[in-house]
Design a protein around this ligand. Sequence first.
Ligand code: NZQ
Ligand code: ZN
Length: 397
Amino acid sequence: MRGSFTYCNPTKLYFGKSALKNLASELEKYGPKVQLIYGGGSIKKNGVYDQVCEALTACGKTVIEDGGVMPNPTVEKLREGVQIARDNDVDLLLAVGGGSCCDYAKAVSVSVHADDDPWEKYYVRFEDPDCEIVPVGCVLTMAGTGSEMNGGAVITNHETKQKIGHVFGTEVMPKFTVLNPMFTLSLPHYQMVAGIYDIFNHICEQYFSGADDNVSDYISEGLMRSLIHSSRIANIDPEDYEARSNIMWTATWALNTLLSRGKSTDWMVHMLGQAAGAYTDATHGMTLAAVSLPYYKYLIRTAGEACVAKFARFATEVWGISTEGEDGLIRSQAEIAFAGLDALEAWMNELGLVMSLRELGADEDMIDGIAASTIILKGGYKVLSREEVAEILKESL
Ligand code: NZQ
Ligand code: ZN
């Protein structure tokens, strides 16, 4: 393990078909005014809204509605949510929806009592909260982001063409989350598979880094194998509860701060995908799918031995790729690594993921802007130059 670290995750999880029954006992811990945060209306169609409202009413809560949180929540919507919370002096922010609602609730939570504009404070200056934080609870309806058990809050600013994530500390993580896989069954196939790829890539971002022997990598390989298995079942039969429940649980563990303990992490696929998202407003998981293979192929070609060895390990441990070629001879590490990426690509095609930025609305004229908007991180196998970022983005078109 690298360095010294603290591990604490304060989010209490309630999982399973009857998980929502626990909402009442959680609500009792907070004051009477609840800001009910939700998206564009899916929860009204699938009955989750009614079930949540029933619990709120039974607990005697005053509900302050805050619907219309869009996928990739914007800074304008964030400012609106902050105003609603201030005007009503709310005691709890209850997010009912996917990662966008959870992220938004967290961004509101740290901004209600802050003096400065939230975008400037948290997304430009990256300051830590220094004010009272309104507690957040979550009822998740989409598996993917891990936002239900982490401190991440990604906000999009269309004016400056930036999509930026601030990973807050434990004090901002949801106090509790209700995870009922049944609530995810109404997801359109497009969103289901985008979520599955988001989960997969969260694991990859924390796996493709370092040359040390690290327990996280073994956990990651298990999570990836389970996800591939369940995704194939859910892709054919989205109603399969066992598969959908495994996917939901994997999503939480893929990004709840466990895997990153004691190891370096990459996150460049997310930086590329988020920058593309700022220009296209495309579905998060699909932006990751579009840039992943060009980025990984570029790494194997240029980032050195430790990188190639890790991608070869990914091939053998996650995809079951043989170290021997068809001629019976041991293949080179690079050959094995590329065979692993072929297996990854085949799985992505099987799920029906969008594999090009052009299909998501990007074009050649946007490349320089997206490259300029990409945050370059240093934790992976290679620190990219701005030119290399542009090259990978062109490959992703
Ligand atoms: O808005 P509604 O009507 O609810 O519809 C949503 C939305 O259109 C729909 N949906 C969700 N649950 C549904 C459903 N439709 C039918 N039935 C259900 N049960 O799905 C669409 C997408 O929802 P959204 O919440 O936007 O998706 P997701 O969970 O992928 O969240 C995406 C956001 O999370 C950020 C992304 O950047 C993006 O802004 N991320 C947050 C992270 C974190 N907190 O750690 C990490 C991630 O890497 C990611 O960046
Ligand atoms: Zn993600």
